[in-house]
Design a protein around this ligand. Structure first.
Ligand code: PXP
Length: 246
């Protein structure tokens, strides 16, 4: 049976707009408060090495402003580990990060990076932070996550969303099946599966219908929609579509 699917709202791009002018408007903290008021289940924020959107001081301000759990997306570096330990977010999602990329373009190579990831995962876990790995939906990466002992994985839905954008129905079906199969396998092995990246009103429902998925993290599209209808209405509509699909 599928339970309620949580919606984590990634507010990075509110900060992207703020940073375009270097001032303090629009404030991602206000976005976090709106998400809380409208019944979002969590706030997701990615503190990048280059601080292109969320900045260090935003983290504390977000934590102080809402009771929603904060999911900190972070690269597997000593710098980010120290920041996570200082801020004690509810969850930390380890993501791959390349300076030159426009967004997180693929999943983390949890299999190839086992020795780098292990001490970071353990330190986060020993400090009571729920660790997640942002991986491709593949058996190889899921095996690696199991070996690392993480409680959560987030499947990268980028290929799925690209197939949707390209109108490639064959690829879309393949990608959807891959995510559904890996979500089932993760749950069977005691790992809570999440998903995110590139999700929109148009493509969210088949993903939301995967019964084992416990959480979706959605950002860019919601902030884009907020320009036209407001963040509150955008989050509400996404929530309704997710509930309808369940
Ligand atoms: N989940 C993770 C781990 C991410 O890094 C991101 C942002 O790249 C998202 C979800 C949200 O993706 P989007 O902004 O495309 O909705």
């Amino acid at each position: 049976m599928s339970g309620k699917l949580r919606l984590g709202v990634n507010i990075d791009h509110v900060a992207t707009i703020r940073n375009a002018r270097g001032g303090d408007h629009p404030d991602p903290v206000r976005a976090a408060q709106i998400v809380a008021a409208v019944g979002g289940d969590g706030i997701t924020a990615h503190l990048r090495e280059d601080r292109r959107h969320i900045r260090d001081d935003d983290l504390k301000r977000i934590q102080d402003a809402t009771d929603l759990p904060l999911n900190l997306e972070m690269a597997a570096t000593e710098e980010m580990l120290a920041i996570a330990l200082r801020h004690q977010p509810h969850a930390a999602c380890i993501v791959p990060e390349k300076r030159e990329e426009r967004t997180t373009e693929g999943g983390l190579d949890a299999a190839g990076l086992h020795n780098t990831l292990a001490p970071i995962v353990w330190k986060l876990r020993d400090n009571g932070i729920r660790v997640s790995l942002f991986i491709e939906a593949s058996e190889r990466q899921l095996d690696a996550a199991l070996r690392l002992g993480v409680p959560v994985v987030e499947f990268h839905t980028g290929e799925y969303s690209h197939a949707h954008l390209d109108g490639d129905s064959e690829k879309l079906a393949t990608e959807l099946k891959r995510i559904a199969d890996m979500a089932a396998l993760a749950a069977k092995n005691g790992i809570e599966p999440h998903a995110g990246h590139g999700l929109t009103y148009e493509n969210v429902q088949p993903i939301a219908a995967i019964p084992q998925l416990a959480e979706l993290n959605i950002g860019h599209y919601l902030v884009g929609e907020a320009v036209f209808v407001g963040l509150e209405a955008a989050v509400r509509r996404m929530r309704d579509l997710m509930d309808e699909a369940r």
